[in-house]
Design a protein around this ligand. Structure first.
Ligand code: AMP
Ligand code: ZN
Length: 486
């Protein structure tokens, strides 16, 4: 790897070499690799974002909690992380290849409105979800594909001029045979691909793996723009190549996404970007494994599509979902169940309670300890969150550490795991196990009323809660209950 040698040459003797070492599993090599940024103390990171034709389900949210932990760990060793999560509001068909209906059109028809209105609604909801999960959205850019049509056309034009694309009746297609090593991400064997399906879908394509860069619109299509190839809209993959180039540069350090994206979407992004620039597109491809619900793929047709709002409606803090995700390594498939979520919520409650006690015992003063070192080392070793949580629990329960050492550990844990360990619970706040069942039921009903926007009913329940001697606040992490009578 020539770029790696060059980076080392440049860095030799610089202060940057002091940065603690971080390892990630790079899908490109299939191995755990030492992370080296292109520029000292700076990381560029692109995460494929949601297609905003409906709300993001909890599986999607796993992908963003994972990339948030990744950014926090990088930030923890002093990198400034420039991040982008794109918003796909055009071009993504129901099949991830060039097949099926257009997702935004499907969403607009379902809600009897325009793709733009659908995009606005679900983009806002998505960003709200991220904030509720303690993801710092202020430090993120969320570019929309429809705001980068010009850049997508320019990139497709470059590919055509360089001979990587050919015109078809329906628009412009990328010629995968012209890009050496196409499919190298995840070692896709092109000869093993089923030639039938995609050739039938578009007989003009020279190879089943070839994909649209531009797709001509039918007159009734709601989203269309002028281009050198006719009126139409961009293929799905070109948006990420164009936006990542426009916002982060031609070569980026890290690209993330769920493991489903590696085979088609990311191989196509890589082919487009590298063919256009002649440079490496991404140095570290990092993918999270999937979330299932009780072992089944999340899907509307199975009625197991669960959203963050469902979790809140049942009275759980969004951070219980975050804790639940962190109990598994990002590369391990994880199965959601309501019982497992209740277990995570209980554990997080206990952790908040312990943190509250340690805040008092230490007077919020911190001291270094070897437990902090082990905790950070676990996270820097391919984001081993289950091990980090284990170290946190063992150390907080251990008599070996002074309260100040435990408080120091909690500070590190809070900065890296984002579980509101330092601030979520002032001392008079009740955690789940403290709350009488009657009040807990009222809270659950109130959250359900809020979720269905029945605010009158929610207010009535709040007043009943007050009459029973409790006060409820709506904090950023869900309802916070305090006792008003002793
Ligand atoms: P989409 O809106 O389908 O493009 O997905 C947005 C992000 O969520 C992508 O990074 C997907 O790979 C990821 N994703 C989708 N479903 C799941 C799942 N069940 N578990 C984990 N990640 C997922
Ligand atoms: Zn993408």
């Amino acid at each position: 790897m020539k770029w790696l040698a060059n980076v080392f040459k440049k860095r030799r003797g610089s202060a940057h070499i002091q940065t603690p070492r971080i390892f990630f599993t790079n899908t490109l090599s299939g191995e755990k690799e030492l992370f080296i940024s292109q520029k000292p103390r700076m990381v560029t990171m692109y995460s494929c974002g949601p297609t905003v034709y409906g709300p993001a389900h909890i599986g999607n949210l796993r992908a963003y909690v994972f990339s948030d932990i990744l950014a926090r760990v990088l930030g923890g060793v002093g990198y400034s992380v420039r991040r982008v999560i794109n918003i796909t509001d055009v071009g993504h068909l129901v099949g991830d290849g060039d097949t099926g209906e257009d997702k935004m059109t499907v969403g607009a028809a379902r809600e009897k409105t325009t793709p733009q209105a659908i995009a606005d609604r679900y983009t806002n909801e998505f960003i709200d979800n991220l904030s509720e999960l303690n993801i710092d959205t202020g430090n993120l850019k969320f570019p929309r594909a429809t705001d980068y049509i010009k850049e997508q056309i320019a990139l497709a034009k470059t590919l055509e001029e360089k001979g990587f694309a050919y015109r078809i009746k329906n628009g412009l297609a990328f010629d995968t045979s012209r890009f050496p090593g196409y499919g190298k991400l995840g070692n896709i064997d092109l000869s093993a691909q089923k030639v039938g399906a995609r050739i039938e879908a578009d007989p003009e394509k020279r190879h089943p793996a070839d994909f649209w860069l531009w797709r001509n619109a039918k007159p009734k299509d709601l989203q269309q723009w002028d281009s050198p190839w006719g009126r139409g809209n961009p293929g799905w993959h070109i948006e990420c190549s164009a936006m990542s180039r426009a916002l982060l540069g031609q070569e980026i350090d890290i690209h993330t996404g769920g493991e489903d994206l590696a085979q088609i979407h990311h191989n196509n992004e890589m082919a487009q970007s590298e063919a256009a620039s002649g440079r490496t597109f991404v140095h570290y491809w990092i993918h999270n494994a999937f979330l299932t619900v009780e072992g089944n793929k999340i899907s509307k047709s199975l009625h197991n599509d669960i959203y963050l709002r469902d979790i809140v409606a049942k009275g759980y803090s969004p951070l219980s979902l975050r804790y639940f995700f962190l109990q598994a390594h990002y590369r391990t498939p994880l199965s959601f169940s309501w019982n497992a979520l209740a277990g995570a919520a209980g554990a997080l409650d206990r952790l908040w309670k312990i943190s509250r006690d340690i805040a008092d015992e230490s007077s919020r003063k911190s001291a270094p300890s070897e437990a902090r070192g082990r905790f950070l080392a676990a996270l820097r070793d391919d984001l081993a969150t289950p091990q980090a949580l284990g170290i946190l629990w063992d150390s907080l329960k251990s008599e070996e550490y002074a309260p100040e050492e435990k408080w120091g550990l909690l500070q590190d844990a809070d900065a890296h795991l984002g579980l509101s360990l330092l601030h979520a619970t002032p001392t008079n706040v009740l955690t789940e196990t403290d709350i009488p069942e009657k009040i807990r039921d009222m809270l659950v009903h109130r959250e359900a009323a809020r979720a269905s926007k029945d605010f009158k009913q929610a207010d009535r329940i709040r007043s009943d809660i007050e009459k029973s001697g409790y006060h409820v606040d709506d904090g950023p992490n869900g309802p916070v209950l305090t006792k008003t009578t002793l």
